[in-house]
Design a protein around this ligand. Sequence first.
Ligand code: OOG
Ligand code: NI
Length: 456
Amino acid sequence: MRNWATWELRSAFAARMAELYGREVPAYTTLVEVASAVNAEVAAREGAAAQRLGSLHRVTAERHGAIRVGTPTELAQVARVFAAFGMYPVGFYDLREAARAAVPVISTAFRPVSADELARNPFRMFTSMLVTDDRRFFPADLQRRLDAFLARRVLFSPELITLADKAIADGGLAGEDAEAFLKLATAAFELSPEPVDRAWYAELEAVSAVAADIGGVTSTHINHLTPRVLDIDELYRRMEGRGVTMIDTIQGPPRWDGPDVLLRQTSFRALAEERLFRGVDGTIAPGSLRVRFGEVEARGIALTEAGRDRYDAMLAEVDRRLATDGGTRAEVAASVWRERLPATELGLLREGLGFFTFAATGAPAPGADLADLADLVESGSLTATPIVYEDFLPRSAAGIFQSNLTDDGSRDDALAAARRDAGWLSDVIGRQVADPIALYAAQQQASLDAATAGAR
Ligand code: OOG
Ligand code: NI
């Protein structure tokens, strides 16, 4: 009987999610076709330069998924399932105020954390949880009924959780258990044929379409699965050329002549899906819901804390100029970037804005003075390879949520917010939610220690 290592389970899970989502949302298949074609063309045209942030093989196979759960209990359970796949919580995203529309959730991303595991398979899952006790969205009576509804449902069966715990304890699973685990884990994110209670769904939808999607039904589902593409502007044009209407912007950094940093994302609303609805008199009738979407992303260099501060300041400057001078966001952003961000990797390194891994070239290190890494790279003693950004951006995530909603819902800012932070989330999950910047910094430092070990 074959043994499945954690990463093999993760790869198989990613493949099964793709198969499931492709069956449920056919536009996804179009998106993957177009993304693969663009990737192959960019790699053929630009060669090694195109693959500086990941091989064509990795980039073309790479996906992130998004799911949404309702309660701390559900989040703790899904965290065990993801831990069995070697995916751990990284980053805390509070989307409640990041969007104009009512998005009453906080999120984290479950992903591999070590460079080795990321190289084997980087599958990650953006996971959002409803904040039902946030009065800005849910009055007390609605919260009480919502909590009761959520407490009655079971998203993750006891068999699934038992197998997850076994995989965590043993660092993988043997043949039959692996098959059963993969099957149950995939099925947990399949769209359920169970009829939707029309009145309940509508009541939540009046507050927030996201709340209805999460708390208006008795199951969860994969919301989207996102391929990675090397040229997102080209992909955007080609999808529109195929008659798919994309949201009106690409979220995140603009297109510009310097290095790709962080994350650029765009999306389109998927088609309405047939669902059954139960009316107040108990009769079942067909209808449709339009909650899922297609998304695609291009990944760039991970930024240091200073780099993120620069990024945030540039975003604010873009907003300021747009408000005072007008123009299109893409143009204004590109000029702010040209003014304020170094246009080369070496420039990012010199200003301490980006993360890199270093390797010794064999050339003698000049005086082993490591104070100025950029000088050592420039003189050829060290090579610096950028570290790819593996995480998400709160403003982009909020923008993606929002641009795929038809109704803004309501949020009353005069009422009390519920307090949430990374520590709260860590307590719920029973595991420290990692700080993305600390992970990149540790990776950079480890490479530097190895590269300079001989020089000291
Ligand atoms: C998640 C929205 C955010 C991303 O990649 O930032 C997102 C959701 O819709 O559940 O997908
Ligand atoms: Ni996404």
